[in-house]
Design a protein around this ligand. Sequence first.
Ligand SMILES: [Mg+2]
Length: 175
Amino acid sequence: MKKTIAIDMDNVLVDIEQHFIDWYEKDFGVRIGKDKLIGIPEIEAFPNQEAVKQYLYTPGFFRSAPVMEGAIAAMDILLNKFDVYIVSAAMEFPQSLSEKVEWLNEYFPSIHWTNIVLCGDKSIIHCDYLIDDYIKNLDPFKGQPLLFSAGHNANHTHHKRLNNWNEVLNYFSSI
Ligand SMILES: [Mg+2]
């Protein structure tokens, strides 16, 4: 039987940090460097935090986010060897549900709808691996947690860290 991998969307498949930066620059004319997001909750890097919070409730925000570098090519390889599930705690932002499905259909059309899990609490997920940028999702996970690097998790050391999609492929090449 193939091993199962649960893969998060924001900050893993989706370069949501870049998207915050781009939208903020469009609205306020200030370009915040990615280095400013290191070690703090991403919203705190922006002078107008309320505006950034509102992006999460703005129609079109999730639909127009850029794909993470290397994710498409890596997914093609992983899909041959593993059962891959996309797992996003999207219920916090209900308007994102259809946008996330459309986004996946655009960038990852080979992922069947049966393998898309938009949920509330990821602790219900039972896969062999979980690739996620949030400690709160990785801590309760019963399989092998894998921390995908994002600015906000830079100081966490208690999970196996994968810095980018190349490192994900290297990790799984021996499995
Ligand atoms: Mg995430």
